[in-house]
Design a protein. Structure first.
Length: 219
């Protein structure tokens, strides 16, 4: 399913690129008219505010890839009877994405970022010694929280639907089936919204970590 989602993303954005090449005035048409507002949203509402006007551009490819990749795979996870489609419900999948964010944050860290971790300015020396191990632990808890948040939120919805449908077998009667189906449908509608929300949260938190890594002292 990962390969399928990668292929779909390549096809979508290749088609959008061809639309722009054919358009003389750069007005998006077709699939490009759907993708452009999302790209602009990631740029203007996530990358620029979290990272800054000067440095956001080099992180845009990763942020856009993560946003659309997670969103598409979350949608696949809602398709009934599609075995192996629930990638975001696999903690190994979310761990790899979190590791990528961790690596980029660590590599991007400037002197000010590491100074605030190992020898925080503006506080007494005893407090610096106390805060240093906490900040070092924080380097690793950030990607762990990314990993668990995405995994848990996607898995929780599927577990709730499974539990609701299981009521039919627990009570051993078909009379409870209308209630189970209606509540399952309600949770499924909520999950459709959650697919986009979780992609947004993962992307904005990644951008926030990148922004803290490249932030200058005067900011």
């Amino acid at each position: 399913m990962m390969w399928v989602s990668i292929l779909i993303l390549i096809l979508l954005f290749s088609a959008a690129a061809r639309k722009y090449k054919k358009s003389e005035d750069n007005v998006p048409t077709g699939i490009a008219s759907f993708l452009e507002p999302l790209i602009v949203f990631v740029r203007d509402e996530i990358a620029k505010p979290m990272i800054g006007e000067k440095r956001y551009k080099k992180y845009m490819p990763y942020l856009l890839t993560v946003f659309f990749f997670i969103w598409l795979n979350n949608i696949f996870g809602l398709i009934p009877f599609l075995n192996g489609a629930n990638l975001s419900g696999n903690i190994a999948f979310t761990m790899v994405l979190a590791v990528f964010t961790f690596i980029i944050t660590t590599v991007s860290g400037n002197a000010n970022y590491w100074k605030h971790i190992f020898w925080m300015p503006g506080v007494p020396v005893p407090m610096k010694i106390f805060l240093m191990p906490i900040e070092i632990i924080g380097i690793f808890t950030k990607p762990i929280s990314l990993m668990i948040r995405l995994f848990a939120n996607i898995t929780a919805g599927h577990i709730i639907i499974l539990a609701l449908m299981s009521l039919i077998f627990i009570f051993e009667t078909t009379w409870v089936s209308p209630i189970s189906v209606l509540f399952s449908l309600f949770i499924t509608v909520i999950e459709i919204v959650v697919t986009a929300i979780q992609a947004y949260i993962f992307t904005i938190l990644s951008a926030l970590y990148f922004g803290s890594a490249v932030e200058e002292h005067e900011h």
